[in-house]
Design a protein around this ligand. Structure first.
Ligand SMILES: [Zn+2]
Length: 173
């Protein structure tokens, strides 16, 4: 896959055990489905550790119609409400990973989408919850946008040479 072809980042969950390893999922995809390799490019485990899956240079196998123009990130486990807990560590890892991928490929934060937000061949929303109803995609896009384009510093807290208090509170001599 040519880097210039990458227009989106698609987020998934494995919808299996949160204890599964990358090798377990690779075996499922290769032996179970007959694919050449694991379908996702990156995976995040229940401890928030990021693992490499399929080489980014190769087209993934994860969202029909989107494979040729996206990088696939997968949360290991099942993240519908009431299933596995999406921990802060996993969330932070997801924001970090999506931020670095967006920066590397020049992907807009608005083009970070959940599998459920992609469309099938007939242009219809998929009947899926992937990456899980507990994963707020709008919040993820907002968090990545903050990292990519942080708001300017608040200048009202400009420090003078001798004091570390806001200007408005400085005492006249
Ligand atoms: Zn998916």
């Amino acid at each position: 896959m040519d880097p210039s072809d990458v227009q989106a980042i698609v987020v998934h969950c494995s919808a299996g055990a949160s204890s599964a390893s990358v090798e377990d999922i690779r075996r499922l995809h290769v032996e179970g489905r007959g694919w050449s390799d694991i379908g996702y490019h990156w995976l995040i485990d229940a401890n928030g550790v990021v693992h490499a899956g399929r080489d980014e240079a190769r087209v993934g196998a994860h969202a029909i119609g989107f494979n040729h123009r996206s990088i696939a990130v997968c949360l290991i486990g099942h993240y519908d409400e009431g299933r596995d807990l999406l921990t802060d560590a996993m969330w932070e890892a997801l924001v970090d990973l999506c931020t670095s991928l967006a920066r590397r490929y020049g992907v807009d934060s608005q083009d970070i989408v959940g599998h459920r937000e992609t469309y099938d061949r007939r242009g219809e929303r998929r009947l899926k919850t992937c990456p899980g109803t507990a994963v707020n995609m709008a919040r993820l896009r907002g968090a990545v946008e903050q990292r990519l384009n942080p708001p300017p510093l608040d200048v009202s807290w400009t420090l003078t040479e001798s004091e570390c208090v806001p200007r408005s509170e400085s005492v006249p001599e």
